[in-house]
Design a protein around this ligand. Structure first.
Ligand code: CP
Length: 340
């Protein structure tokens, strides 16, 4: 990979709803775009690829990272993002999601939305004539998955091939777990969900990961045996409660996960790999699913991972905005000019 050459000149789909909709080559195009643009901007480069382009951001839930990263990404690329926070627009009470999609598509160039139910993002994509990006649903978190794979590549274990890398998701099989299963196996890595049987990764998601593994190498498994931690290169976790199961008390989740599935120094040591990195999509419930010592420890890459949400969003808006190739060509020309 030279950082400038894409397999796909344009996206094969209008919308970015789920990483599972895309093959390895297309995910690598998005990641290549994102990393090259990051390096250019970090070295003082200026881009205007999204000049006069507007991104509508609809949030049915709170967000720090997703909201800020998309807003900053659009500003850094010369465009603008509109934050349509919960309760700020007619959606839900006076207007259907279909009509909201139709209207926003007449005024904006792209839509990103965080929704309670996956069907809502599918409806937005169906009725909007502009690209729609899923900023998290109850099924998957694809923009997180792009940032996570960039972080894994940034901290790739020295001397290993893709099919020698082991990524373990610990705890509740959240939408972040689903997307991590797809992304790691799509890159030919070995994925394990380590969690209790009653919070096991969805069979269909695991099967899709195993099908990826057949195509690209690697493997996908579930286990509640701590032996599976051995040899891990990355340990990843997410909060245990609070997003969708409002009726389920915190105590129920704590009883299911604590102490066995808390990521602490003992669990990191159980990998047998002193270089094993810790990842978390954040926000974290400190000293519940992860201890302070691990989250703030030397092997934590959680803050790089948070920053890579911005890296990912720049790549995504450029790619689905049809501006990836022209932007990479421009960066290449700038670099060649500097080397003359
Ligand atoms: N990880 C993540 O999506 O963070 P936010 O909920 O703050 O956007």
């Amino acid at each position: 990979m030279d950082g400038f050459t894409l397999t796909h000149k344009q996206p094969t789909r209008k919308d970015f709803i789920d990483t599972a909709d895309f093959d390895q080559s297309e995910m690598l195009d998005i990641i290549t775009t994102a990393r090259t643009v990051r390096d250019f901007i970090k070295s003082g480069g200026y881009l205007n690829s999204m000049y006069h382009k507007n991104l509508a951001m609809i949030f049915e839930q709170k967000s720090t990272r997703t909201r800020v990263s998309f807003e900053v990404a659009m500003e850094q690329l010369g465009g603008h993002a509109l934050n349509l926070a919960p309760g700020a627009i007619q959606l839900g009470k006076h207007e259907t999601i279909e009509d909201t999609a139709r209207v926003l598509a007449r005024m904006c160039d792209m839509i990103m939305s965080r929704v309670d139910r996956h069907e809502s993002i599918e409806a937005l994509a169906k009725y909007a004539t502009v690209p729609v990006i899923n900023g998290m649903s109850d099924k998957c978190h694809p923009t997180q998955g792009v940032g996570d794979m960039i972080t894994i590549f940034d901290h790739f274990p020295a001397g290993k091939q893709m099919n020698q890398v082991k990524v373990i998701f610990v705890g509740d099989a959240t939408q972040v777990c689903n997307t991590l299963c797809d992304m790691t196996t799509k890159m030919g890595m070995n994925f394990v969900h380590y969690g209790p049987q009653n919070h096991k990764i969805d069979d269909a998601v695991l099967l899709a990961g195993q099908q990826n593994a057949q195509r690209y190498g690697g493997s996908a498994n579930w286990s509640d045996d701590p032996e599976c931690l051995k040899g891990a290169d990355f340990i990843y976790t997410d909060v245990w409660y609070g997003l969708y199961d409002k009726e389920t008390p915190k105590e129920v989740y704590m009883a299911d996960f604590y102490p066995k599935y808390q990521v602490n120094d003992q669990m990191m040591a159980a990998t047998g790999n002193p270089q094993c990195k810790f990842m978390h999509c954040l926000p974290a419930s400190r000293n519940e699913e992860v201890t302070d010592s691990v989250l703030d420890g030397a092997n934590s890459v959680a803050w790089d991972e948070a920053e890579n949400r911005l890296t990912a969003q720049r790549g995504l808006v450029l790619y689905f905005g049809g501006m990836a190739e022209v932007t990479l060509d421009y960066i290449k020309q700038q670099k060649e000019g500097q080397n003359r």
